[in-house]
Design a protein around this ligand. Structure first.
Ligand code: ZN
Length: 443
C-alpha cells in the first residue's frame, strides 16, 4: 500500500542515478512521441453490450469474488473510520459498496509502515489493525464473517456475508521471532507479504538496495515455518531475487496479493515474465494490482516526472508542517490533485490479467485491488462497487465463464486449500516442532 515516490526516502546516490535515468527516459519518450503518429484507439471505450453486461452480473453474483489486498484498515485504525458509513469520494471501500461490487471475501491488509518498524512498534501496530478488523466483524455480524479457511469463505458465501480475512503486509511485523509469527497465525493471519518497500532484517524489498541477496538464512526459516503453519507466502513487494529464493524452497504455492505484469509496465512492483512462469510451476496465483502508476507505463513516467518537478514544493510542505504528519499528507495530496496524472482506461487493467493468463496460465491470475492504499484508480474501477466491470470486460474479451470464475476467486481458493493441506500433512498442531528461533539484530 501507500506508495508514492515522494514518500520514499532514497539514498542520495540512488536519487541521483534515478534523476539521470528519469531525464534519459523523458528524452527518449519525447523523441518517440515526435516520431510516432498519434493513434486514438484507446481514447473512447466501446458502448456497453447490455445483454453481455446482464450475463456478467449474473456470473459475478454466482461466483466467489476475492480481493487479495485492501488498505481500508489504515483509516479504520487511524481515523476511526466506520465501514458502515458511506464514504463515496473519500474512500474506495464501505460495506454497501462491497456488496454492490459482489465481493465474497476480502483480505484486509494488516499493513505495517516503516515508521512503526523504526520506532520498534511493528508488532503492536499489526495488533491494532487486527483488532480493528475483528471489531468491524463483531459490530456488523450480518455483513461479515471472520474467515480463516477455504471452508469459512464458502460458508460466508452461502450465508450471503462477506468473508473477512487478514494478511500482514511487511514481515518486519513478526519482530524477527518465529514465535510471534505463530501468534499471528493463531490470531487469524493467513498470508504475510515478506517485505514492504524497505528491506527488513531477513528479506530484500524490490524498492530498496539489496542487502541480503534475497532471503537470508533466517528468512528461509520464516518461509519454512509459514509453510508448516499454512500461512500463505505473499511475494508482492519483494525483490526478484527474494521471490526466486522463496520459489526455490516453498512447498505449497505462493500468492502475489497485489502485483501486476512487468512486461506491460516496467515498474519494480510488477512481476517479470520469467518469475510469472515460475509462480505458475509452483501452482501459485498473481493477484493483479489496479494502481495506474504500477500498470500504466504512461502514468508511471508522468508520476516520476511530476515528483521531480514538484520536489521544491514537497520539501516546503514538509518543512512548514514538520510537527503535523497528517497535515503533510493532506497538503501533498492537495498538491498532487492540482497536478493530475493522465487517466488510465479499464482496458489497461484487463491487459494485465490477460497477459498473466497468457504467460502463466489462467489458473494463476486473480485480483488484488490495493483499494484505499492508492490515490488513483483506472476509469471504470474507481471503487470496490465497480468490480463487476472486470467480469464484463473478461467475457467481452472471450474468456469462458469457467475461466472468469477462476480469476475472480477460485484460483486463490485452490492455493489456500493447498497451503492448508500441506500444513496439515506436515504438522498436527500450530506449535508442532516449530523453531523457537529469534533473530537477534544488533543495530
Ligand atoms: Zn502494498
Amino acid at each position: 500500500m501507500k506508495f508514492s515516490f515522494r514518500r520514499l526516502t532514497l539514498a542520495a546516490s540512488f536519487a541521483a542515478v534515478f534523476a539521470i535515468a528519469t531525464l534519459a527516459l523523458i528524452a527518449v519518450s519525447s523523441v518517440v512521441a515526435q516520431q510516432t503518429p498519434t493513434t486514438t484507439t484507446s481514447s473512447m471505450p466501446a458502448a456497453r453490450d447490455e445483454k453481455l453486461y446482464q450475463q456478467a452480473l449474473k456470473l459475478h453474483r454466482a461466483s466467489i469474488v476475492i480481493d487479495g489486498h485492501n488498505d481500508i484498515t489504515s483509516p479504520m485504525t487511524d481515523k476511526d473510520y466506520d465501514l458502515a458509513t458511506p464514504s463515496v469520494g473519500k474512500y474506495h471501500t464501505d460495506i454497501a459498496r462491497m456488496k454492490q461490487g459482489g465481493l465474497s471475501a476480502q483480505f484486509f491488509s494488516i499493513y505495517v509502515g516503516n515508521e512503526f518498524v523504526k520506532q520498534g512498534h511493528a508488532t503492536s501496530r499489526a495488533m491494532d489493525l487486527i483488532d480493528v478488523v475483528y471489531r468491524a466483524a463483531e459490530k456488523y455480524p450480518n455483513d461479515f464473517l471472520m474467515a480463516f479457511s477455504v471452508a469459512d469463505i464458502r460458508r460466508a458465501k452461502k450465508a450471503n456475508k462477506i468473508a473477512a480475512l487478514m494478511g500482514i503486509e511487511n514481515g518486519a511485523a513478526i519482530d524477527n521471532s518465529l514465535k510471534t509469527l505463530r501468534e499471528f497465525y493463531r490470531l487469524g493471519i493467513r498470508y504475510m507479504t515478506l517485505t514492504h518497500n524497505f528491506n527488513n532484517d531477513w528479506a530484500d524489498s524490490g524498492r530498496d538496495t539489496a542487502k541480503h541477496n534475497g532471503l537470508s538464512d533466517f528468512g528461509k526459516e520464516v518461509v519454512r515455518e509459514m509453510n508448516r503453519l499454512g500461512m500463505m507466502i505473499d511475494v508482492s513487494h519483494v525483490s526478484d531475487k527474494t521471490m526466486s529464493d522463496v520459489l526455490d524452497i516453498t512447498k505449497p504455492p505462493v500468492i502475489a496479493s497485489h502485483s501486476s505484469a512487468r512486461a506491460l509496465a516496467n515498474h519494480p512492483r510488477n512481476i517479470p515474465d520469467d518469475l510469472l512462469k515460475r509462480i505458475a510451476q509452483n501452482g501459485g496465483v498473481v493477484m493483479v494490482n489496479f494502481y495506474p502508476t504500477f500498470i500504466d507505463q504512461k502514468v508511471y513516467d508522468a508520476d516520476k516526472a511530476r515528483t521531480e518537478r514538484l520536489k521544491p514544493q514537497y520539501a516546503a510542505i514538509r518543512e512548514t508542517y514538520k510537527d503535523n504528519p497528517a497535515r503533510i499528507e493532506e497538503e501533498i495530496d492537495k498538491l498532487d490533485a492540482a497536478n493530475p496524472l493522465p487517466e488510465t482506461p479499464l482496458s489497461v487493467l484487463i491487459d494485465h490479467i490477460e497477459h498473466i493468463a497468457k504467460v502463466a496460465g489462467v489458473d494463476h491470475v486473480g485480483l488484488g485491488s490495493d483499494f484505499d492504499g492508492v490515490p488513483t484508480l483506472p476509469n471504470g474501477m474507481k471503487d470496490i462497487a465497480q468490480l463487476p466491470n472486470i467480469t464484463y470486460e473478461l467475457l467481452d474479451r472471450g474468456f469462458s465463464e469457467k475461466d472468469v470464475k477462476k480469476i475472480l476467486g477460485e484460483n486463490l481458493l485452490r492455493v489456500m486449500a493447498d497451503n492448508e493441506r500441506i500444513a496439515r500433512a506436515s504438522s498436527k498442531t500450530i506449535s508442532g516442532d516449530g523453531s523457537l528461533r529469534k533473530l537477534e539484530v544488533v543495530k
